[in-house]
Design a protein around this ligand. Sequence first.
Ligand code: ADP
Length: 471
Amino acid sequence: MEIIHVSAECYPVAKAGGLGDVVGALPKYQNQLGHIAKVVMPMYRTKFLYEHDFDIVHKGSFGMGTYWFNYTIIKERTNKLGFDLYLVDINGLLDRESVYGYGDDTERFTAFQIAVVDWISQWQHRPDVVHVHDHHAGLVPFMMQHCFGYRHLSAIPTVLTIHNAQYQGQMGWDKSKYLPHWDTWEWGKLDWRNNINPLACAVKCVKKVTTVSQSYLEEMRYSANGLESLFEYEKGKCTGILNGIDSAVWNPSTDAFIEPNYTLADAAKGKQANKKMLCDLFNLDIEKPLFIFIGRLVHEKAADLLPQVIYDSVYHMEGRMNFLVLGSGEAAVEWELENMKSQLAGYYNSKIGYNEKLSHQLYAGADFLLMPSRVEPCGLNQMYAMRYGTVPIVRNTGGLRDTIIDFGDPGGYGIRFNDATVGDITYSIHRALEMYTQPKLLKKIMTTIMELDFSWETSAGQYINLYERLK
Ligand code: ADP
């Protein structure tokens, strides 16, 4: 089968979160299963672009409202990522340093999608599946079915994967002029509560919707940022497929970002050496258990609770632990986390920003990972942490519920709590401290988590089965 993944992110080309990790791995594993999976994404001005060679494969142009854009599709020459990578270059619009966060993101991603559909419409053959990811690619199925110039693509099955339903790409109806000449009888497919909603539109138009965990799928029927009734109505076409992790990238025995590398056999020693590096760098105490948080500093991740959790834990548990936070996001949270450093020196430190290398070092050197997320569609951090022998402390939600069993339950290995509250999180930290004082138990848990298999093979196969059923 030939599968075209359309996405705003793909690691290592450009990544802002889990979407990038998934789109950078899934196609590779689908290719290994004997299929032809390709990725098409915007051409941002990233390091990857300058360090690799590309060939021009197509040039075209299109109108978008009163704008006229020329676009170029370039293809990475060496198949470095294990799949064909195509980038859409639209001069001045997509070629920026960051993936998101610009005032004209609506125009950027709409233009990206038009260019993708325009390009595919000119192919001599038809792919077997067009697989779109999140709202940045959510208008593609609509355009393939209801834009007059592209209707010859309408027979190609489309699949949507929702990595995060919090973000939906809503735009006012005044932006409908951006879409290539479309069948206005179909306006209802674009509309959700008087706006154009690309995520809702994709749910309505595709043949199958997948979410990145089964629990998240169930939660979306009562908590999906306004789309609950849509998910209830469309539940027949929705399936949960848990993300995997790229075990070639996230492997403590080969990871080039960490020093030294280690395997299960020498994990205690290897982790200790990595922890020492972190403690030296961040002025922390190697004798104390190290709790880390890595992620976007946003409400969804309950990052706003971190400052109080850290204060309470340090003060009420006699400073028996250290905390290290890596992340960026809401300015108020960033400010507070930055500001606390001086008051809690020696107990807490943070690095505000995005740092891929440091994230690997944290997974390797920490004892516990905190993930108190209010919403967590799948979550990759907890799986990476376990691969590196770091015990996850997670809230009982979405993909966290599907991947972590509390160590107090039969077969358990992590720490799970119910509510995103300071009380529940600090109580879990207390339980972690108890675990830390029992070396035998800790060793058993470390062995269990490092041996868990979250590789992509199973999930990549589940996607293929889903595509087979579309025929
Ligand atoms: P989400 O996609 O909702 O942000 P996930 O758990 O699915 O959350 O994926 C997060 C990914 O982004 C992980 O690979 C994590 O290590 C990475 N990440 C998040 N914030 C940072 C950061 N500040 N620096 C480096 N990596 C980060």
